[in-house]
Ligand binder design. Structure first.
Ligand code: CTP
Ligand code: MG
Length: 406
């Protein structure tokens, strides 16, 4: 006779009564926080966000009542009960509690408190398997990837174990509630020791299916697992703000026209030339671009805004004064300029013979070591106004570091 199973409903048992001895460090591992939230609350929320009202039974150590209350977001379908000395005993107590509830479900997920990283997809696949085969147990398993060795107590290999068909068992493990409860009762009565709940099911001759597990679904066991978990949460949630150093790069551009003359000033260095640059003050296009870059690090408008030639303070001022003033504004905003890079686009004069003089000049103006000042140039391949030697372009970047983080 085909037996039509009545509607499948789920409850969750979360064993959390262990002592977490291998993880060490302060309070029991379920109550430790990773990235601001406790392990147990992450596990509870995993199920609650998956199913808004299924009963959840947390099995805690008798000594941890207060710790548990301080560690979870309660709702009326979250129940707590004290566990036992062994995991099996704790699970049994949870199953008993669940089966006495008024709204006792037909099926149960048993899930270690110490596995907060299972995904909803994993819960879905365990649940789907149960819906399809309600009397078949289901566990997530990861196929073993490494070659397995059996060794004696001296560390000498006895055998190589073929890994084909071998899986690492994870939780949540799903079962029909009354069957797994009965299995646990029997095991407890017989004083049996077992490593997971599926083993009991198997023992009784019931089938258990393996669905694909997840490598992220690790059981937090050692202290290093917590460090790993912290890193995992940071990569998993880019939206979570990870503090980064406040390093800013300002960019600057300037150009001036070339007119007949005898001398040109670039980055504060006077170079004999058949032309000169036309413009405000000494028309030092390099320092103007760099001044714009400095202002860029504090988003403080541009050189024209700060140094109007209508302002008597700046009329006829040499360009090193502009750069120094911009450097002062950056310093007042808390920044430290750490690097300057100036690029000229010009056909003539050739910059390379003057490069180091320019680096020294900028280094002196801003008070940095020469190794932090870069000056370079390229021609415009005779193209456009630069190519026709009608003007020179300068581009610059400045790097500034600010205290604190973003
Ligand atoms: N557990 C339990 N009751 C026990 C032992 C374990 O409820 N008597 C729970 C743990 O709290 C954990 C899960 O079973 O959520 C898996 O066990 P394990 O990772 O071994 O945790 P602990 O026993 O706490 O850790 P340790 O073995 O390092 O002491
Ligand atoms: Mg243990």
């Amino acid at each position: 006779m085909h037996h039509q199973q009545s509607k499948v409903t789920f409850g969750i048992v979360i064993p959390a009564a262990g002592r977490g001895t291998r993880a060490g460090q302060g309070c029991q591992k379920a109550y430790r926080r990773i990235s601001g939230d406790t392990v147990i609350n992450r596990t509870v929320k995993l199920f609650r966000s998956w199913n808004a009202n299924c009963p959840i039974v947390i099995v805690h150590h008798a000594d941890d009542t207060a710790l548990l209350e301080a560690s979870i977001d309660r709702d009326s379908s979250i129940h707590t009960t004290a566990g036992g000395a062994e995991r099996g005993e704790s699970v049994l107590k949870g199953l008993r509690f669940l089966s006495t509830l008024q709204d006792a479900p037909s099926h149960v997920f048993i899930h270690d408190a110490a596995r907060p990283f299972a995904s909803h997809q994993l819960l879905d696949s365990v649940s789907k398997s149960i819906q399809q085969e309600p009397s078949v147990g289901v566990i997530p398993g990861l196929a073993v990837a490494d070659t397995l060795k059996k060794a004696d107590s001296n560390g000498l290999i006895i055998a190589t174990v073929p890994r084909d068909g071998l899986f690492r068992a994870q939780t949540p493990q799903g079962f029909e509630l009354k069957v797994i409860l009965e299995a646990h009762e029997k095991a407890a009565a017989a004083g049996m020791n077992y490593t997971d709940d599926a083993a009991l099911f198997e023992e009784l001759g019931f089938p258990v299916r393996i669905v694909p597990g997840e490598s992220e679904n690790t059981k937090l066991t050692y202290s290093s697992d917590f460090e790993e978990a912290e890193r995992f949460l940071q990569t998993k949630r880019p939206s979570t703000k990870t503090p980064v150093p406040d390093v800013r790069v300002g960019h600057g551009y300037d150009t001036h026209r070339l007119v007949p003359g005898e001398e040109i000033t670039l980055c504060g260095v006077k170079i004999p030339h058949k032309a000169t640059l036309l413009g405000h003050s000494d028309a030092d296009v390099g320092l103007h671009a760099l001044t714009n870059a400095f202002l860029g690090t504090i988003a403080a408008a541009d050189i024209g805004f700060h140094f109007s030639d209508k302002d008597p303070r700046w009329r006829g001022a040499s360009s090193d004064k502009f750069l120094q003033h911009a450097a002062k504004l950056v310093a007042e905003a808390g920044g430290t300029i750490t690097h300057c890079d100036v690029s000229f686009v010009c056909e003539l004069p050739r910059i390379s013979p003057h490069r180091d003089a320019m680096r020294d000049s900028v280094a002196r103006i801003v008070g940095l070591d020469r190794s932090r000042i870069s000056v370079k140039a390229g021609t415009n391949e005779r193209n456009g106004f630069v190519g026709r030697e009608e003007g020179i372009v300068a581009l610059a970047t400045a790097t500034a570091v600010f205290p604190g983080s973003v």
